[in-house]
Every structure is written in C-alpha cells, then in structure tokens.
Design a binder for this molecule. Structure first.
Ligand SMILES: Cc1cc2nc3c(=O)[nH]c(=O)nc-3n(C[C@H](O)[C@H](O)[C@H](O)COP(=O)(O)OP(=O)(O)OC[C@H]3O[C@@H](n4cnc5c(N)ncnc54)[C@H](O)[C@@H]3O)c2cc1C
Length: 411
C-alpha cells in the first residue's frame, strides 16, 4: 500500500485501506479487525492516523445528507467542512468559525483540536454538541454534559470510529476580512491584546527573516463591527489581495479588502476549490497560555536566524479556552505559534528540539502537526491525560485503535 498524507510527507504503513460503503460494513470492520484506525482527509503531518493494521476511510459514507434541527446540525463524520456549506446555507445557518481551510473532514479536525483564530472563539471541537462512536465495546452516544463527553471529543481517533457529529449552528451571518501590512513586533508586543482584539479573528503572519517585522495581519470581523484600524500599530491595509506567504499568488485565498461575504468564504484563509497553503510543506504548532506569549515570542526571535531559512511562513492566532481534556486550549486563553516549513523533514526535525527547548514548558504541541517533544513532556502539559488514558482503556481494552504513535506517547 502506498497511501500518503495530503502533503505527501507521511507514507502510511497500514497493510490495507478499506472504504466501507455502508454503516453495517463499517461495524463489521470494527468488530473483526484486530488493529485499525480511521483516516479523515489526511491533512495531518505526523503518523497519528496510521496503523500497522487496516486504515478505514469514511469518504464513501460522507454523502449522507446533513440535517439541521434547531440550533444543531447532524453530519456524517467524514464530511469536509466545505461540503457541509450548501446544506447549512439552505437552512439559513452557519458555524461559529472554521480553520484556515475548508478541505478538512469534520471528525479529523475535531479529533486533533484543530482551530481557527479568535480571542472569544474556541477550537472547532467546541462546536461539537454530541457524537456517535463505534467503539470495540459497542456503540456509544455522548452529549455535551455527559461524564465522558469532554474526554471523547478531542480523542486522537483512539476511542473508536466517530460515525456522526452534531455541531452547534446559529443564524447565517457575514464576515469581512482586511489584510494589513507594516506592523512591527515592537508595536504588536506593546499591546498584543489590543491587536488580537482588533477583529473577531486575527492572524499575524511572519516569516521571521526580519525579526522586527510582522509580514501581514489578517483581521476578520462579523458584519456590524466597526472596520479595523491598525494605524496605531503602524499597519495599513494592503493595496491588493495577498497570500499569507509573501510573494505567492493570492488566487487561492478568500476575498479580502474589507468586502463583506458569507462566513464560510471569509473565516478560512483558503477557498475549497484551490490548493490551500503551499502544498509542499510540513507544519508544526505549539499552543500556550496567552500570558506566556511575550516569553515565547522573545525566545523565537532569539532563534530566528536558525529556523527562518526553513520557513515558508509562521502564523500566530488566539483560541478561547475550553474544557475538552486533550484540547491544546484546555483551561486557558491560548496563543498558537504555527510554522509552515519547507518540505525538508531532516532539517525541520533538527531545529524543532531547539525551538521546543526555548519555548515555555506550557507549550502544547498540535496533535496533527510535527513535534519532537518527549512523550513525558507532552503528557505533563495535558492535565487530563491520565483521565483520557483511563477512558481509552475502558472503551478499547484490547488497544485496537492504539497505533505506534499513540503507544510512544504512553497510551
Ligand atoms: C494546508 C493545511 C492547513 C491546516 N490548517 C490548520 C488550521 O488552520 N488550524 C489547525 O488547527 N490545523 C490546521 N491543519 C491541521 C489539520 O487541521 C489537522 O491535521 C486535522 O486533523 C486534519 O483533519 P483530517 O480529517 O485531514 O485528519 P487526518 O489527518 O486524516 O486524521 C487526524 C486524526 O483524526 C482521526 N480521525 C479522523 N476521522 C475520524 C473518525 N471518523 N473517527 C475517529 N477518528 C477519526 C484519525 O484517526 C487521526 O488520528 C492544517 C493542515 C493542512 C494540511
């Protein structure tokens, strides 16, 4: 089998890929395969999704219609966010946020704590109000408020197959986004809270080749909010559309220039019908308490000469706290420090330990991206790790959904 992840940087070692066409066929796989993992849209950059056994894709079960009822939409787990939009639009409803791209599967994004940006906006997992799981111990339905719910949402695919997810929805709304240039780190750090609060969702893009300069600040705001003004940070609106990687063609990006449009065409940086980001890349991200942001950014500035030659671009975003056990935003207002690396795995693997050593020891790695942090350091940074391990052992006592990546982490 020569199946790879989206970026082509991970070749799965699984002995087979199965794509069931009925829920019964899926249940049969869960009942009989000694080792299996579910594959989403393959956008993770590490071996999290892999298995020595059978990989199961839900892609052929993803065209079941999404059903909107009140303030909830029920969706098949393998559907991509972008493919959910027509049903939501027809029902006149919207999600509270999206990640940088609409190409990812709902269950895959939720399983890793994938997030967009926003001081008051939680990760995509916080939109989940209920989920249906097919575990080796049988089917389980969990609803927000149930004892195991907070452990089962960001679950790394370790509890079984998520077959359906229910997400909070709200009435349709519009968003506008403006890209600013000219902001310096000195101005940004002098009042980072004011900068990340300049819109509902703010991203700072930085290539770190000039440690004094933030390349671009993307500000996205819901309709009705005053237009952002970054003049006090030295920021001026860009004179045309921009790609986050300076100099790249902006055609794949969602509309900018402060023009209002539907939520799904502004929250993500990239449009569904284009290749997002760069394509040939590796990603890493560390999420840490906002209070630790100044120390973390100072540490990165000190290492910028070492890592900036390997970088396409870096991105800083904020995430609201939540109570999901394995969420990188668990319990604290969070800042994500993201790196889009060139596709040079050996060189990236060589600089990550220096970055990880320099960051505060509160920095939690993104579950779907590349990190070299030691397993005991990872476990120590997720205070509910042991509760999650106990939940996993209860639902999957034979460790059928545990793969080498999770075993290395101690599950
Ligand atoms: C170009 C690009 C941009 C990105 N932008 C962002 C971003 O803005 N913010 C961010 O936080 N991350 C971002 N990511 C990372 C990405 O969102 C995560 O890696 C996410 O997990 C991808 O979802 P997926 O469906 O592709 O998951 P996969 O990589 O296929 O799988 C991830 C995990 O989910 C599990 N899983 C998938 N489906 C199920 C299921 N039905 N039941 C149980 N477990 C399941 C898998 O077993 C695996 O453990 C980006 C990645 C790329 C390539």
């Amino acid at each position: 089998m020569t199946e790879r992840n989206w970026a082509g940087t991970v070749t799965y070692r699984a002995r087979a890929l199965r794509e069931p066409t009925s829920w019964d066929e899926l249940a049969d796989l869960v009942a009989t395969e000694p080792r299996l993992r579910v594959l989403g849209s393959r956008h993770s950059f590490n071996e999290l999704a892999d298995t020595e056994g059978v990989l199961v894709s839900l892609a052929k079960l993803a065209d079941e219609p999404a059903t909107v009822a009140g303030s909830t939409v029920r969706v098949p787990a393998g559907i991509r966010y972008g493919d959910l939009v027509p049903a939501l639009t027809e029902a006149g409803v919207a999600l509270a946020n999206l990640a940088s791209l609409p190409h990812i599967a709902v269950a895959g994004a939720v399983a890793t704590g994938t997030h967009g940006s926003g001081d008051a906006i939680g990760s995509l997992a916080t939109q989940v109000s209920a989920l249906d799981l097919l575990t080796p111990s049988g089917p389980v339905r969990l609803t927000r408020g149930d004892a195991d719910f907070a452990g089962a949402v960001v679950a790394l695919g370790a509890l079984g197959v998520v077959t359906h997810v229910e997400l909070d929805v709200e009435p349709h709304y519009e968003v506008s986004q403006t890209v600013f240039e000219g902001v310096t780190w000195d101005a940004a750090l002098a009042d980072l809270d004011a900068l990340t609060g300049a819109g509902d969702s703010v991203s700072l893009f930085c290539s770190w080749d000039d440690p004094a300069r933030v390349d671009q600040v993307w500000v996205k705001s819901r309709a009705g909010r005053p237009a952002p003004d970054l003049a006090s940070f030295g920021g001026q609106p860009a004179d045309g559309p921009r790609h986050p990687v300076t100099g790249m063609d902006p055609a794949p990006c969602t509309p900018q220039g402060g023009v209002p449009g539907p939520w799904y065409d502004r929250w993500p940086h990239f449009s569904l019908d284009h290749t997002p980001s760069v394509g040939e890349e590796i990603q890493s991200e560390y999420l840490l308490p906002r209070a630790d942001a100044p120390a973390a950014l100072e540490a990165l500035q000190g290492l910028a000469e070492l890592f900036s030659p390997l970088l396409h671009v870096g991105e800083l975003r904020t995430v609201a706290p939540d109570d999901l056990w394995l969420s990188p935003a668990y319990g604290t207002p969070t800042i994500g420090l993201h790196f889009t690396w060139r596709a040079v795995p050996d060189s990236v693997g060589a600089v990550l330990p220096a970055i990880e050593a320099a960051l505060p020891d509160t920095a939690r790695p993104h579950w779907g991206k590349v990190s070299t942090l030691a397993p005991d350091a990872v476990r120590a940074r997720f205070p509910r790790w042991h509760d999650f391990a106990a939940l996993r052992a209860r639902l999957d006592p034979e460790r059928r959904f545990v793969n080498p990546h999770l075993a290395r982490l101690g599950l």
